[in-house]
Ligand binder design. Structure first.
Ligand code: HEM
Ligand code: NAG
Length: 326
């Protein structure tokens, strides 16, 4: 295991060889992964996420989205966090992410503090993303939205811009396109409806829903009219609108909005068209059952978080989430 800074070299001298060089060999992720190696890791991450959300509510949404964009592109391996280098163009600057993904500074802060508290770099950036996403959901939604996050992921040494361009669903996708995107990641129709519920928090830029508010017919007239005043038919406008009417509250309101044709993105409203489809039934069900949504959201997040993790000797534990170790 590489040491990250001079201060870790001091630790290297003081800590017995055996405790430093235990390389976990679990092929599967487990909830108690850090219980022995660094019991303070999870409370520390929760504390920093809370602090960040207090200073800006939206950051919780941004952190949730970041984990999703990490997992959908070559698995949950923190590849999304790598800065571009002369050797490769990363995912961060790919069109679905550029000027859109945010929260990188919070991840940097978590990494720095956690490595200090654990006295060595044992917590992967990929796990930090998974934990920060879960904590954001539980902080903005309350304890019913808490779920046990599985851990033990390691960090990738590469990132792929092409993979980012090809693997993330787009807001103009039709229902069949959304479904096939989720299928290609081992997720099903229920996961699609449940995970889209992540849009119960946060906001989107006009450019992602302009076409919907000016051209779609499956949209509430007044809702569209209000949004048209914020945005512009000719585009070039990055003003923001909330993804549901309570963007700082993780709840089931997103689904209720869909029942009233008030989904912000075209892809949101694709889940409810009032045609009696399976997807429609799930939207109706979750709008009335926040507890069921909470249960199912946790289960689908765990499923998403299990996508192609690096474990055992694969990858590395990065010292700086933005760069691979030398
Ligand atoms: C189903 C396909 C999905 C599409 C097409 C989609 C698309 C988008 C788009 C276009 C935005 C606005 C970005 C911007 O304005 O910069 C957004 C925001 C967001 N997405 Fe999704 N998304 C999808 C699924 C998900 C999933 C599965 C999650 C998490 C479980 C998620 C969580 C979020 C959050 C929390 C935001 C707000 C971020 C913020 O305020 O910073 N999305 N999404
Ligand atoms: C509405 O649709 C027309 C025809 O497809 C297109 O040219 C126009 O750009 C769309 N408007 C917006 C705001 O996307």
């Amino acid at each position: 295991m590489a040491s990250c800074h001079v201060q870790y070299l001091v630790v290297l001298v003081m800590v017995p060889f055996s405790t430093l060089y235990v390389i976990p060999t679990h092929a599967n992720l487990t909830p108690d992964y850090y219980d022995e190696i660094c019991p303070q890791a999870l409370p520390t991450i929760r504390f920093i996420v809370e602090k960040a959300i207090i200073s800006e509510h939206r950051i919780g949404a941004s952190l949730l989205r970041m984990h999703f964009h990490d997992c959908f592109v070559n698995g949950c391996d923190a590849s999304v966090l790598l800065d571009d280098t002369p050797l490769f163009l990363g995912e961060k600057s790919a069109p679905p992410n550029r000027n859109s993904l945010r929260g990188f500074e919070v991840i940097d802060e978590i990494k720095e503090v956690v490595d200090k508290i654990c006295e060595r770099p044992v917590v992967s950036c990929a796990d930090i993303l998974a934990i920060a996403a879960r904590d954001s959901v539980a902080i903005l939604g309350g304890q019913i939205y808490w779920y046990e996050v599985l851990l033990g992921r390691r960090d990738a040494r590469i990132a792929s811009r092409d993979a980012a361009n090809n693997n993330l669903p787009a807001p103009f996708f039709s229902f069949p396109q959304l479904l096939s995107s989720f299928y290609s990641h081992g997720l099903n129709l229920k996961d699609l409806v449940v995970l889209s519920g992540g849009h119960t928090i946060g906001v989107a830029q006009c450019s992602f829903f302009n076409n919907r508010i000016f051209n779609d017919t499956n949209i509430d007239y007044k809702f569209a009219d209000t949004l048209r005043k914020i945005c512009s038919p000719i585009g070039g406008n990055n003003n923001l609108a909330p993804l549901d009417s309570t963007p700082a509250r993780f709840d089931a309101t997103y689904y209720t909005s869909l029942l009233y044709k008030k989904g912000l993105l075209h892809s949101d409203q694709e889940l409810f068209k009032d045609d009696g489809s399976e997807s429609d039934k799930l939207v109706q069900f979750y709008s009335k059952n926040p507890y069921a949504f909470a249960q199912d959201f946790g289960a689908s997040m765990i499923k998403m978080g299990n996508m192609e993790p690096l474990t055992g000797n694969q990858g590395e534990i990065r010292c700086n989430c933005r760069k691979v170790n030398y």
